[in-house]
Structure formats: structure tokens, C-alpha cells
Design a protein around this ligand. Structure first.
Ligand SMILES: [Zn+2]
Length: 174
């Protein structure tokens, strides 16, 4: 597997599966640069939980196709995805504007695969690793669920409940 580390980018070790290894296409055009990101917004994709890493990477490619073809965006909207077993999939990556939460796309968009009706300890650790990498690179500390800035239920009840407990000082979702 073609793992890369984001340590050069952020100063903290964070292992991600590169977008090339996931089979993502290139962005359609260069993305606007953002540095530092002021924080993180957590999402869920909806749909089924992937049963394997192969399944997760296939889902990741389908999300990109949907964002590029149906929504007309330059690239997959999220910066990173997290699999149920705690692997981090590279999307846009650090340092560029996202397309995941209207009016809040300078924040890092991190997405859990599935409806957010469960969250595994491995997913929690992966999200915390992304947060630590962002902080180490001078990014902002805020971590909030999408539903704190939107009427959507995203990132689902279990993910929202965990976040409320883990970051009680941050904007909370419904
Ligand atoms: Zn969302």
C-alpha cells in the first residue's frame, strides 16, 4: 500500500493512504490555498459502512465522481476520510479550500464512512490524529459536527454524541 505521511506538511506524524493509492483522479483545476485551517468539521457520507479497505477506497472514488460530475466541483469535497478500522484516506489533503460545509470551507472537512450510527475506537483515534496534526501545523483547535452549522443531521447520532463528549467546549450539534 502506498502510504504517505503528512509530517512534512504539519509537523506531526500522521499516516494516510494517498489519493493515488485510493485511485482518485486529479483535481480538475488548482485549488485555492488555505493556511492555517481554523479547525475541523466532521461529516458522514451516508450509505453503508465499508466492510474492507478495498470497499472503503471504492466508496472514496465514488464520492469523488459524484462531487466532480454531479456537483461540478474540482475535486472530492472532503480533505480526509476515515475508515471503520481507523485508516485515513487522503482527499484534498492539508492546505487547500474544501467543499463540504457552505461558508465554512476553510475548516478541514473530515468524513466518516456510513450514516454515523456507530463510531469505532479506531475511528476516534484517527480523527484525534488528524486533529493533532492540524494543531502541530499551527491550525485552529475547534472541532465541530456539520450539524452545528447546518440543518442536516450529518455526521449522524453516534458520531455527534462522541464529539459532544470529546470536545464539550466546541460548537455542538443537534
Ligand atoms: Zn456533512
Amino acid at each position: 500500500m502506498n502510504h504517505i505521511t503528512a509530517a512534512d506538511e504539519t509537523g506531526a506524524p500522521m499516516i494516510v493512504i494517498s489519493r493515488d493509492a485510493c485511485g482518485l483522479r486529479p483535481a480538475k483545476h488548482e485549488l485555492e490555498h488555505v493556511r492555517p485551517h481554523p479547525g475541523i468539521i466532521i461529516h458522514c457520507t451516508g450509505g453503508q459502512r465499508p466492510a474492507s479497505l478495498e470497499h472503503a477506497m471504492k466508496r472514496w472514488r465514488i464520492v469523488q465522481l459524484s462531487h466532480q460530475r454531479e456537483r461540478g466541483w474540482a475535486d472530492i469535497g472532503y480533505h480526509f476520510g476515515v475508515t471503520p478500522d481507523g485508516q485515513v484516506l487522503e482527499g484534498r489533503g492539508f492546505g487547500v479550500l474544501g467543499a463540504h460545509a457552505k461558508g465554512h470551507n476553510r475548516l478541514l472537512g473530515v468524513v466518516v464512512l456510513g450514516k454515523g450510527t456507530e463510531i469505532t475506537p479506531a475511528e476516534e483515534r484517527a480523527i484525534e490524529a488528524i486533529h493533532a496534526a492540524l494543531l502541530a501545523g499551527g491550525g485552529g483547535a475547534v472541532v465541530m459536527p456539520h450539524n452545528a452549522v447546518s440543518r442536516k443531521s450529518c455526521p449522524g447520532p453516534a458520531v455527534t454524541a462522541w464529539m459532544r463528549q470529546r470536545w464539550p467546549e466546541d460548537p455542538i450539534g443537534r
